[in-house]
Unconditional design. Sequence first.
Length: 157
Amino acid sequence: MSDVSSDHWRDHGVRIVSGSDLDVNTPQTPGMSRAAAITHARAGASKLWAGTVTVQPAARTGAHHHGELETVLYIVRGRARFRWGDHLEYVEEAGPGDFIYVPPYVPHQEMNARPDEPVEAVVVRSGQEPIVVNLDIASPEPGLQDARTDPFHSKPC
């Protein structure tokens, strides 16, 4: 048993963030909406970030990576397609119940494989910084709407 008082745990213990109380004041990417749930400011987390992401029907992000951060996505709804590699030459799809791991510095692109419903996912990252490095890699994916860079992210490298 700890010598810490129970009042300490009330203020520094488990935190619940309601799904209706997510913070949308986070860097966004056209075609993809992020909302933060677990951050340092909201829950006291120091080594991870968690939130949600939605990719609109038939939309795709530009090629990018997240620097030194590891990323895990859990697909809740929809059909996601991921491309990765120096030329986005590798491709896989994931659906509800699937987990996706994106290692540090891996060039990748997220897209919605369906034209009629959004992809909804839970995202967990290994750090608090909203690192997104946009890359100048043409997508080999035909027929989807291209996303633009936005003011929150760096210009393509």
